[in-house]
Design a protein around this ligand. Structure first.
Ligand SMILES: [Zn+2]
Length: 332
């Protein structure tokens, strides 16, 4: 009897982002760029059996209020865990190769919209405006210099926006929340639970487990609530959040909320009125959807810069969050 073939589960994703601007900020020659894009697609087809492509248009509103005009092409494939394991180093080498051919200070690749790396060029003696890609001069590249990914903290703003967008469109685990708040927005890692022993059973029954602290900065808390319902319900969320404010009227923070199955996710900002837990205004941003551009722009404004890391205060973070949720979020 013929054996049934095991289905291959393509539950992983690989993204490589191809810039359109040179290291010197000039626009890359269209020919050169399309050759590089073709080469990337061919590799992805060979390694992962196919590819897709999305142009990500410029016009990002950056946190400092300026607009980034650079268009970026996102080439991605879905693949099995096995294919990802087999080819992740190839993807990293390809990112360095793209950085060399397009003379980039960094090229972003992401696995599962979660594990990201920024690869620099290894061009020897690259001189912007003299021998960079847009001047037509061919920079001497890849002289066996081992590339090391650039630390996320040193990433440029556009790369950070792309990383945030990737995390948001595929938001499905607390790991995505930790990456967002700890690695990109620079809160401190935390892992503990808020006590619920004194809660009434009804309130406790609205959650699976206890509220979990995911990240923190000067007492400003990012708290995960996994509700016990099969969809996100405002009344249940309000009840749990009110109880947390009753336990701690000075609470400062943001809630990351999911349904029981961890399929639907949202972020909830809480505005208080004179410490009265019954008069909380809850404002929500849905995440885990494709249309995350404005949410990305709002969240990027929450980054704690290296300069302020040591002294930023919870109240300042709360007011920054209140502002970020002013424009886009739905109130209830
Ligand atoms: Zn150039």
């Amino acid at each position: 009897m013929p054996r049934m073939a095991e289905p291959i589960i393509m539950n992983h994703r690989v993204d490589l982002y191809i810039p359109s601007h040179c290291i010197c900020t000039g626009i890359l020659p269209e020919n050169l760029r399309s050759n590089v894009i073709e080469a990337v697609k061919e590799h992805f087809d060979n390694w992962f059996g196919g590819h897709s492509e999305i142009p990500i248009s410029g016009d990002w509103r950056l946190p400092d209020g300026t607009i980034s005009r650079e268009e970026v092409t996102d080439i991605f494939s879905f693949c099995s865990g096995e294919a990802l394991g087999e080819h992740q180093e190839d993807v990293d080498r390809l990112a360095v190769d793209v950085a060399n051919r397009l003379t980039q200070d960094r090229v972003l690749r992401a696995f599962d919209n979660l594990n990201v790396a920024l690869w620099p060029n290894t061009c020897a003696e690259l001189k912007p405006k003299k021998n960079c890609a847009c001047t037509g001069g061919i920079a001497t590249s890849d002289l066996g210099i081992a590339a090391k990914p650039i630390a996320l903290k040193k990433a440029d703003t556009l790369s950070k926006m792309l990383i945030i967008q990737g995390l948001l469109r595929d938001f499905r685990t607390v790991e995505h929340a930790r990456r967002l708040f700890c690695d990109v927005l620079n809160h401190d890692y935390a892992a503990s639970a808020l006590p619920t022993v004194n809660w009434p059973d009804v309130a406790r029954s609205l959650l699976i487990g206890q509220p979990t602290l995911l990240a923190e900065k000067d007492g400003f808390k990012i708290v995960y609530l996994r509700t016990s319902l099969d969809e996100l319900r405002k009344a249940a969320e309000r009840r749990v959040i009110q109880r947390i404010f009753k336990d701690d009227p000075t609470f400062r923070g943001l809630f990351v909320v999911s349904d029981q199955a961890q399929k639907a996710w949202e972020l909830i900002n809480v505005k208080t009125h004179g410490g009265d837990a019954r008069r909380l205004i809850l404002r929500r941003m849905r995440v885990g959807l494709d249309a995350v551009r404005t949410v990305t722009e709002r969240l990027a404004t929450l980054e704690i810069s290296e300069a302020e890391e040591a002294f930023v205060k919870a109240d300042e973070l709360q007011s920054r969050h209140d502002t970020a949720f002013d424009a886009e979020a739905a109130e209830s």
